[in-house]
Every structure is written in structure tokens, then in C-alpha cells.
Design a protein around this ligand. Structure first.
Ligand SMILES: Cc1cc2nc3c(=O)[nH]c(=O)nc-3n(C[C@H](O)[C@H](O)[C@H](O)COP(=O)(O)OP(=O)(O)OC[C@H]3O[C@@H](n4cnc5c(N)ncnc54)[C@H](O)[C@@H]3O)c2cc1C
Length: 398
């Protein structure tokens, strides 16, 4: 196992860096680095820039528009993007539905929907979770009843991220109630402009409107929008989740977060000296840095195994747990470093240009909101407790 990049991989890294330097708008990177709100337009613009370069669907096969990269190139690209402060690509169409359609969709579905994901014609959201069906996803209750050439859908989805921007939602629906839960689920594509679809906002702890509830009342969905076979949706759902957990360690985000934290801790004064020199704070800082270094090595080890033809097993779950714990600890320390300036929630603080902090940049103002927002990391994509169950089953056989 070789954890060093080859000369070709280093050349690729330089190519990615040059591209980011030339194409990533500074105003966008400034927003990302300081945890400021990204508009729908920002997200669409970055999507279009990557699509133009042919690097948007970097995990799709070349025949559908992927660049033909291997695991190491994907890792380098995502790492460099995080360091440069690119917006996160909205994953629902590109990273979740796309791979499912490529593997299980009909030729008509592939040729219609995949180009629309790439050119941004559709904004997809994910209709998996329901009240009472999160970790226990197989218990979904939203029903789809066949009526001629349509399904009639009734029920409710929840926690639908960015559903307020979406025109399409992929849903897990119950098509058979008589069989074991997993065997009666189908995977359906629903146009959100169909009569009977209603989106209601959920405002989270940080004051943001990021997630929603989506209600379906007698919604007519063409049978052509069924992916794969009726009642086989659980297989497709699980396949999608493996993509949801890809690159979940987010090493690049943590490296960028650590840099920012160190900068702030050097500037803030504590008993007449920089906070970074305070023994208690310095000890926590050192611990998270060591954890991050260890996780980087583990992540590279997994990438090397995948590049050599292996399949990540329990390692994805380990990386999810450790990666999210590190990101949450970094934000907790950042908030601690800001002290009282990070205590109140100030709505205007999320807008670019706000500056009331003693640190002299917008980072202080968003520290509290970001701290609260990133509590979600250990919940979505399969909560960290569920990941521990997976590890115990796969490694310990419990
Ligand atoms: C910000 C955010 C965005 C989201 N976006 C989306 C989205 O776009 N689309 C979508 O479909 N869903 C989305 N989700 C939903 C997310 O996938 C679920 O919240 C998650 O699966 C947990 O389900 P739950 O909220 O129902 O909690 P529950 O499943 O009720 O879990 C509650 C607690 O019990 C623990 N627990 C549950 N079962 C077990 C067990 N067997 N063993 C040990 N501990 C257990 C959990 O770890 C958790 O701590 C989002 C969630 C959040 C917070």
C-alpha cells in the first residue's frame, strides 16, 4: 500500500488547483469560508461552471458524461475543492438519483433525466424520511396505488433538504402492504408542480430554512416515472445510500476548518495572551488536529484499497463517525474561541458584509449559527449510532 501520490496524481492536483484559481468566483469562496448564506443562484452557478469543464459528474461513467476518474482523482478533486472554499454541489440529482438511474433506470429514463441533471434543468430533492421513518426507513407509509397509467400518491415526507427550490422529488412509496416491509416499497419520481403536492418550511435551530415537510394528497404520477420494478425500491434505496455516504469523512472541510480556527485562536486574547497559548484550549486544539491527521491517513488507506479494486465496508461507517465528530468539535472550539460574540443568534450575521466582531471578519458572526447547523452531520446519511450498529455487525458479527 502506497500512501504517496504518484507524479501523475500530483500533476492532476496542480491542474485542479489552477482550474479553481481561475474559475471559482472570489465572492463565492468568501461566503463558503465564512459560513455565509449561499443563494440558489450561487449553487446553480458553481454547478454550471463544473459542468462546462466536464468535471461535474465525476463519479458517473464516461458514456453518461463522467470524466473517467479513478478513486484517487476523485479524492484529490474533492479535497482541493474543500480547501479552496467551493460551494458543495447539491447532491440529490447528481450523486444520489444519477447513479440509481444509471444502474436501474430504463433507457428512456436515462436519456431523458441524466442530461437534465447535468444541465441543471431539474432541481431534485430526496423524499425518503417520514415522521416515524428515519433510521427505520423500511417502515415508510406514503402510499402509491396503481390506477390505470398512473399511481395515486398520498402521505408525507419530512426533513426534505432544499425542497423549496426543487421541481422534482424522488420518493420511496409503499406499493404493497401485505408483504414484509422491505418487499413492498417502490422508487417513484414525482413532479413537484403536480396538483396535491405541498411544501412547508421547517426552520432549524440556526434560524435557517434549509429543510421542509412535503405533503402528497391524491397526487397523480405517471407509471413511466417508476424506477426499475414495482416493489423492488428497497434495493435501489440502499444502493443510493452507499453514494450518500461517499466522501462523508469530509477531510478537506476539516482541514479548512482547522486553519480558520487556528487563525481566530491566534487573534483572540485570553489573559493578555493569544487564546491558542492557553493550555486548556491548546490541548483541545492539539487533540482535534491529531484526530484529523489520523483520519486523513485512514481515508487515504481506504482510497488506496478502492483504487486497487477493493470495496469499502465498515470503513465508510468509521469515516462517517470520525469525520463528523471532528467537524463538530472544530465548530465547537470556534464558538468557544469567539466567546460572547458567538453567543447570540443574529439573523443579519448570515448575510455577506456583516461585521460586528472583534476578530475583524465575518467568521465570528456566523460561528453560533454554523455550530447549530452542523449538529445535523451526525444525524443524516444514517445517524452515527446506526453506523456503530453497522460496524458491530460487519466487524464483530454482533
Ligand atoms: C438537517 C437534516 C437534513 C435532512 N435531509 C433529508 C432529506 O433531504 N431527505 C430525507 O429523506 N431525509 C433527510 N433527513 C432525515 C435523516 O435521514 C433522518 O433524520 C435520519 O435518518 C434519522 O432519522 P430520524 O430523524 O427519524 O431519527 P430516529 O430514527 O427517530 O432516531 C432518533 C435517535 O435514535 C437513534 N436510533 C434510532 N434507531 C436506533 C438503533 N436501532 N440503534 C441505536 N440508535 C438508534 C438515532 O441514532 C437517533 O439518535 C435529514 C435530516 C436532517 C437533520
Amino acid at each position: 500500500m502506497d500512501l504517496q501520490f504518484t507524479p501523475e496524481e500530483l500533476a492532476f492536483r496542480d491542474e485542479v488547483r489552477s482550474f479553481l484559481k481561475a474559475e471559482l468566483p472570489e465572492q463565492m469562496a468568501h461566503k463558503v469560508r465564512n459560513g455565509l448564506q449561499l443563494s440558489k443562484q450561487d449553487m446553480e452557478q458553481w454547478h454550471a461552471i463544473l459542468n462546462q469543464r466536464g468535471w461535474l459528474a465525476n463519479h458517473w461513467p464516461e458514456q453518461y458524461g463522467g470524466p473517467g476518474w479513478g478513486a484517487v482523482q476523485k479524492f484529490i478533486f474533492e479535497h482541493e475543492c474543500a480547501l479552496a472554499g467551493t460551494p458543495r454541489i447539491v447532491p440529490f440529482g447528481l450523486s444520489m438519483l444519477g447513479p440509481v438511474l444509471i444502474k436501474y433506470g430504463s433507457e428512456e429514463q436515462k436519456s431523458y433525466w441524466l442530461p437534465r441533471i447535468l444541465n441543471g434543468a431539474d432541481w431534485w430533492c430526496q423524499g425518503y424520511s417520514e415522521p416515524g421513518s428515519g433510521s427505520d426507513l423500511a417502515s415508510v407509509k406514503t402510499t402509491a396505488v396503481r390506477d390505470g397509467e398512473h399511481y395515486i400518491v398520498n402521505g408525507q415526507k419530512t426533513w426534505t433538504t432544499l425542497g423549496q427550490h426543487a421541481n422534482m422529488i424522488f420518493c420511496l412509496v409503499r406499493t404493497n402492504r401485505e408483504v414484509k416491509a422491505q418487499q413492498g416499497i417502490s422508487f417513484l419520481l414525482v413532479d413537484m408542480n403536480t396538483p396535491g403536492v405541498e411544501v412547508r418550511p421547517i426552520i432549524t435551530l440556526d434560524g435557517e430554512h434549509e429543510v421542509n415537510e412535503v405533503f402528497f394528497t391524491d397526487v397523480k404520477v405517471p407509471v413511466a416515472n417508476l424506477v426499475g420494478e414495482e416493489n423492488k425500491g428497497w434495493t435501489y434505496a440502499k444502493y443510493l445510500l452507499t453514494y450518500e455516504r461517499t466522501n462523508i469523512a469530509g477531510v478537506g472541510f476539516s482541514v479548512a476548518g482547522l486553519e480558520k480556527l487556528k487563525l481566530v485562536a491566534d487573534r483572540v486574547q485570553c489573559n493578555g495572551k493569544p487564546l491558542s497559548k492557553d493550555p486548556l484550549f491548546a490541548a483541545r486544539l492539539a487533540k482535534v488536529e491529531i484526530d484529523l491527521e489520523n483520519m486523513k491517513t485512514t481515508n487515504l488507506r481506504v482510497i488506496a484499497a478502492v483504487a486497487g479494486g477493493g470495496v469499502p465496508g465498515a470503513e465508510s461507517s468509521m469515516l462517517k463517525i470520525k469525520g463528523t465528530e471532528i467537524r463538530q468539535e472544530l465548530l465547537s472550539l470556534l464558538r468557544r474561541a469567539m466567546g460572547p460574540y458567538a453567543a447570540p443568534f443574529i439573523e443579519e450575521a448570515m448575510q455577506a458584509g456583516y461585521d460586528q466582531s472583534p476578530i475583524g471578519d465575518e467568521a465570528a458572526a456566523t460561528a453560533a449559527a454554523q455550530y447549530f447547523n452542523y449538529r445535523k452531520l451526525s444525524i443524516f446519511g444514517g445517524s452515527n449510532e446506526i453506523q456503530k450498529n453497522i460496524i458491530s455487525k460487519m466487524i464483530l458479527g454482533l
